[in-house]
Design a protein around this ligand. Structure first.
Ligand SMILES: [Zn+2]
Length: 92
């Protein structure tokens, strides 16, 4: 289910909402009942503001952490004795 970002034209309150494609878009602010506009995500991409930026940041650090773990186990299998990729000591 896609998420949509809304921003209130009146008080500036922004929020995110899960909605079906077929659902009617929100028109009123949950805080002040003012008019809201839907922020169109660019291919689910980066919105350089608020929580959108935080989400992207979190994903990339999570990805880095995982790839680090994978490369760690990879180096172990390349040399079991000294756990070095360029091993000249044990010759494996
Ligand atoms: Zn508002």
């Amino acid at each position: 289910m896609p998420t949509y970002d809304y921003e209130c034209k009146v008080c500036g309150h922004s929020y995110r909402k899960f909605q079906k494609m077929t659902d009617e878009p929100d028109k009123t602010c949950p805080k002040c009942k003012g008019e809201v506009r839907r922020l169109i995500g660019l291919g689910g991409g980066v919105i350089y503001k608020g929580s959108g930026f935080y989400t992207t940041d979190y994903r990339s650090s999570e990805y880095l952490r995982r790839s680090k773990e994978e490369s760690g186990s990879g180096s172990n299998s390349s040399c079991s004795s000294c756990s070095s990729k360029t091993c000249s000591t044990c010759g494996k």
